[in-house]
Each structure stands twice: as structure tokens, then as C-alpha cells.
Design a binder for this molecule. Structure first.
Ligand SMILES: C[S@@+](CC[C@H](N)C(=O)[O-])C[C@H]1O[C@@H](n2cnc3c(N)ncnc32)[C@H](O)[C@@H]1O
Length: 309
């Protein structure tokens, strides 16, 4: 009797991104292929510095305070945080970029390939969506699917988020302070199969040959439950406003022009059908999240919104 070999989606996805000639392993940087919030301008870094300063205060101003950027890509966010920090925080700040692809030489940023133990703020910006998953077809008896994707129809496909849950739980447990995942995603009430590819700014079929980024939406509720503890899930639109990133246009002449340009960038970051619809999953570890953000509306996936990169 002949049996059909089972295609190992997770292994193929992993090889395509992180294998010897994988898309990210060989040095492709997100900036060449898609636009993420750190590439819009300095405003995301400003908001994260404000969040870091609240974590710092809640921790009682430790001698060394970490900003750890997991899945750092070209290091744009890490470098912006390093460059914008001022005062006592700047003198105690240690910035680490965690990245499987080749490091980029940036002043004040140290590079590593694994998440370090740290005290401060760990951020995974569009990290979890790039972690390979198994793919199953319904009906499936996979325990993750049973728990987190009970609506899976016969013949329909689903990404099994268990590897992301494990990665996020490990990242949250490595930090004393707070951990923040910023990404596109879905909830148990709104699951859909989202596996796709990106290359040179275009959405392309997810071919596992290393020619494109391969990504799928993050099951935020499953990641939150896996990491546990004190957490909130809010929208980027609301979180940026709560951290003081506003886009008011004021002044005259060059000042007006500068404030208008900034307002345009803030509007892009807060666009409810674009980057503003990203989820911010924030966990406190040794710090209450209520010390970091005010009460905000819970994040809900917007079916009409940006499908992610
Ligand atoms: C979609 S890109 C996002 C890059 C950047 N954070 C941004 O938003 O522009 C995902 C990055 O995560 C990296 N990555 C994925 N898994 C990783 C891991 N376990 N450790 C370190 N880097 C990882 C990839 O190599 C890739 O550079």
C-alpha cells in the first residue's frame, strides 16, 4: 500500500524564511518589501519611549533599563528609540535588536539572535506574524484548533498558532517590566486563513522557495492566554493617543510645514483601516498594565481593514 507523504508546512515555511538561503536569513530587510510603522517616521519610537519611561518609573528606575526589539529587521525602531532617548533614561538605556537575519551596524544598538533576560520593555513589532506555523485542513483534531479555531469547516485550512503562543510566552517571561506585541491578527470569533506572501511591496502567492516573505495573522487571544498574567489588547490608534502621539497642525512657515508633515505621519499610524487597526498586546511582568496605559476600548479586528504585510 502506498501512502502520500504529508507536506510539512511549518518546516517548509521555516526553510523559506530562515533556512540557509531563506528570505530573511540571507538579509532581505522589510524596508525593501513592505511599509511597517517604524518606517513611517519617528512617532512610533516616541510612543514606545513614553511607554518605556512609564515602565522605568513603575520598576523604580533600575540602574540599567532595557529596550529589546525582537524581530528587529533593519533595526530602524531600535535605533530610533536609542537616538530619541534623553535625560536619565538615556544614560541607563541598553538597546538590543534580536534578529535571525544579518545584523546592521547602528550606533548604540547591540545585536543578538535570541531573546535575552531583560529589565524594561520588550517589543515584538510584526514579529509573531513571521513565526512559521503548521497548517491543517478541517476537520482537525489538533488540540490548538479544537481550543482556538472551533469554527474550522470541513475542507477549510487553518494556521495552527501554537509556535507563536510558545514564542510569546517565552518572550514575556524573559522580561521584568512589560512586553508588547504589535501586529495584525484575529480572535476566536473572527478566524480566517490568512497565509500570504509579500515581495517588493506586492502581495504574492506564498511560495516556499525563499523568494518572498511569508506571513499569517496572529491569534492574539491564544498568545495572550499562553503568556498569561496581567495583559490588555488595544488598537494602535488608541494606544498612540494614550501615549501622547498627536498630530496637531500649528505654527506658521517652516513650523507649520513640519507640524503638517508630522500630522500626516501620525494619521497614517492611526488610520483605522490601516496601521491604526493593528493590535497592541501588552503584558505586565512585575508591573501592572494599569500603570502603563489608561483603560481603552478592547481591540477588535476590523473585517474591512488592512490585511497586513
Ligand atoms: C515582518 S519582519 C518585521 C521587522 C521589523 N520589526 C519591522 O516592523 O519593520 C519580521 C522580522 O522578524 C525576524 N524574526 C522572525 N523570527 C525571529 C526570531 N525567532 N528571532 C529573531 N528574529 C526573528 C525576521 O528575520 C524578520 O526580520
Amino acid at each position: 500500500m502506498h501512502t502520500c507523504p504529508v507536506f510539512d508546512w511549518e518546516a517548509a515555511w521555516h526553510a523559506a524564511l530562515y533556512g540557509p538561503d531563506g528570505f530573511f536569513a540571507r538579509g532581505e530587510k522589510p524596508s525593501s518589501h513592505f511599509r511597517t510603522s517604524p518606517l513611517v517616521g519617528p512617532e512610533l519610537a516616541e510612543a514606545l519611549l513614553e511607554l518605556l519611561s512609564r515602565v522605568d518609573a513603575a520598576l523604580g528606575f533600575p540602574p540599567v533599563v532595557d529596550f529589546v526589539d525582537v524581530g528587529a529587521g533593519g533595526g530602524e525602531l531600535a535605533f530610533a528609540v536609542r537616538s530619541l532617548a534623553t535625560g536619565s533614561l538615556a544614560s541607563r538605556l541598553r538597546v538590543t535588536a534580536v534578529e535571525l537575519g544579518p545584523p546592521v551596524s547602528l550606533p548604540g544598538v547591540r545585536w543578538t539572535t535570541s531573546v535575552p533576560s531583560c529589565v524594561g520593555l520588550l517589543v515584538g513589532h510584526e514579529w509573531l506574524d513571521s513565526i512559521p506555523c503548521p497548517v491543517v485542513t478541517g476537520p482537525s483534531s489538533d488540540p490548538w484548533i479544537t481550543r482556538w479555531w472551533p469554527s474550522l469547516a470541513d475542507g477549510a485550512q487553518a494556521e495552527v498558532g501554537a509556535p507563536r503562543d510558545a514564542a510569546w510566552a517565552a518572550a514575556v517571561s524573559s522580561v521584568r517590566g512589560a512586553a508588547l506585541a504589535i501586529d495584525y491578527g484575529h480572535l476566536v470569533s473572527s478566524r480566517r486563513f490568512t497565509l500570504t506572501g509579500y515581495r517588493a511591496g506586492r502581495q504574492v502567492p506564498p511560495v516556499f522557495d525563499g523568494s518572498c516573505d511569508i506571513t499569517a495573522h496572529v491569534a492574539f487571544d491564544a498568545c495572550a492566554a499562553a503568556a498569561g498574567g496581567d495583559w490588555v489588547l488595544v488598537s494602535q490608534r488608541d494606544a498612540l493617543a494614550a501615549l501622547g502621539v498627536a498630530g496637531d497642525v500649528s505654527g506658521s512657515g517652516w513650523d507649520w510645514l513640519e507640524s503638517a508633515a508630522r500630522a500626516g505621519r501620525v494619521a497614517e499610524l492611526r488610520d483605522p483601516s490601516g496601521l491604526g487597526s493593528f493590535g497592541w498586546l501588552l503584558h505586565g511582568n512585575g508591573v501592572e498594565v494599569s500603570e502603563l496605559l489608561p483603560v481603552l476600548p478592547p481591540w477588535r479586528p476590523n473585517p474591512a481593514s488592512f490585511s497586513g504585510v
